[in-house]
Write a protein that binds this ligand. Structure first.
Ligand code: G16
Ligand code: MG
Length: 214
């Protein structure tokens, strides 16, 4: 019996990938190479530091740990400038309505995101109060596909993992949900998110009545 829904942020509730892309592209340009939208796909759901390492690999650039910290901070400052301008109309179609419908049906809701900027984004789009628990990049030490982020969400909600459904757009996120022994709804393409129990284009396609059928 499903008692909780746990939502990833980027790619499920909002499309912050476009802002991550602009900031990483600017950093790559400063380092002297191009970073394409195709490359950006590799960064979805991946932590900030791991994202930087992938970008440095693409550009064939080697940096010390201290330099990497500085580069990641620089990118994050540009990213934060952009997300500070976000508006409630940037919520993906049906996302707000579906989270609210879960609450109305007595199903608990949690955020389970790798982003350390989750609170800023939720405040800007006006969705902070729709989540009973918020687990973000500041609260976890192991990145997806490790199940830590979702297990912490279930624990904070007081719900058993088997009674949770995770909504995720990244392969690593679907794996994390499966590693947590939870149901996984993929947001995106079936060919990409093969491990998901079901794949939809967005939260606008899901109804609360279906949750126990996944
Ligand atoms: C998001 C994005 C990733 C990003 C990560 C960390 O994850 O998909 O591209 O690298 O957060 O973000 P930040 O630099 O803000 O801490 P999610 O888990 O919400 O999809
Ligand atoms: Mg995501």
């Amino acid at each position: 019996m499903i008692k909780a829904c746990i939502f990833d942020l980027d790619g499920v509730i909002v499309d912050t990938a476009v802002y991550h892309y602009k900031a990483w592209k600017r950093l790559a340009a400063e380092l002297g190479f191009d970073f394409t939208e195709h490359d950006n796909e590799r960064l979805k759901g991946v932590s900030r530091m791991r994202s930087l390492e992938i970008i440095l690999e693409i550009g064939n650039v080697i940096k010390s740990e201290a330099e990497k910290e500085e580069l990641a901070d620089r990118k994050n400052r540009w990213y934060v400038d952009m997300i500070n301008q976000m508006q409630p109309n940037e919520v993906l179609p049906g996302a707000c309505e579906f989270v609210q419908a879960c609450r109305d049906a007595g199903i608990k809701t949690a955020l389970g995101s790798a982003s350390k900027n989750s609170m800023t984004i939720l405040n800007k789009i006006g969705m902070t109060d729709l989540f009973d628990a918020i687990i973000d990049g500041n609260k976890v030490s192991k990145a997806k596909p490790d199940p830590e982020v979702f297990l912490k969400g279930a624990a904070e909600l007081g719900v058993q993992p088997a009674d949770c459904v995770v909504f995720e757009d990244a392969i690593a996120g679907i794996e994390a949900a499966k590693n947590a022994d939870m149901k996984a709804v993929g947001i995106g393409e079936q060919e990409t998110l093969k491990e998901a129990d079901v794949v939809v284009k967005g939260l606008g396609e899901v109804s609360v009545n279906e949750l126990n059928r996944f």
